[in-house]
Design a protein around this ligand. Sequence first.
Ligand SMILES: [Mn+2]
Length: 338
Amino acid sequence: MPHLGRPLEDYVANLPKVHIVRAKRREGLIRARLLGAAHATAPVLTYLDSHCEATEGWLEPLLDRIARNSTTVVCPVIDVINDNTFEYHYRDSSSLNVGGFDWNLQFNWHAIPSREKERRPHNWDPVWSPTMAGGLFSIDRKFFEKLGTYDSGFDIWGGENLELSFKTWMCGGTLEIVPCSHVGHIFRKRSPYSWRRGVNVLKKNSVRLAAVWLDDYAKYYYQRIGNDLGDYGDVSSRVKLRTDLGCKSFGWYLKNIYPELFIPGEAVASGEVSTMSSASLWYYSSFSLLHEILTTSTIFLYLCYVEGGAISKDSIILCSYIYILNLHRVSIYYARGA
Ligand SMILES: [Mn+2]
């Protein structure tokens, strides 16, 4: 994009504190962030996605938390900028969400749990968050380095936010969302990335993440990908890092930091369900099941992969994996093919 060339250089020339560091080739966000860290001189690193707009006074509340305790990793409240109109939608601090994840190792948002509401006397108090979305945070440089920054075996994008979240909590830190800090972010309707053919970057990153940090719980992610781990490279140096730092177990993290997460092993029944009828019917029936999940929380449904883990449109909608939490309250219904 031409405007990112000379016009950007000219613009930034008037901003004495701003420096542009250019990578020589496409590095992806993980290595690009490490490149930025190598050039930064301040004791605290702050990362914002390129499609962000900071509000007045956004930085001080973040730095304040790190000044009090350098093992605190902080995120601003992420306000939504409309991707068509660029209108800024301010989010009131009383309706904050915190970060979680599911067993596909995908980040998600959920409401502040009641135990956390009780821990914080005020709406403006920082909120403990099990995970971070990843694009907007501040971290003490020395603490980031102590945690081994990012896994350099991660490629391009994906999973790095969960890696940093897990090790922050498991290795002695705290991850917070600071209600007094607001930064707007453009949420796009689809991923803007182009991917190399034949390489599932996100899966490779997630397998590395699971292999290093999830202990026995890694099996729940492996089930989701049909136990086909692929070639995820060597993780021994990351395992050594975790051992050297004396980090706590993933079981500790789940029990103390994210007790809301459903653990598949605690379900009373589970299994694969697939349709004998047409794929389109199963598509609608999956929605019936999803509806059941949302309304009763007695069933969890995951899409599963068939035919050796091959991910295709058909295989996704032909097969699902369900967990049933309480047999007395279950009524599964789905459309049968004619
Ligand atoms: Mn972003």
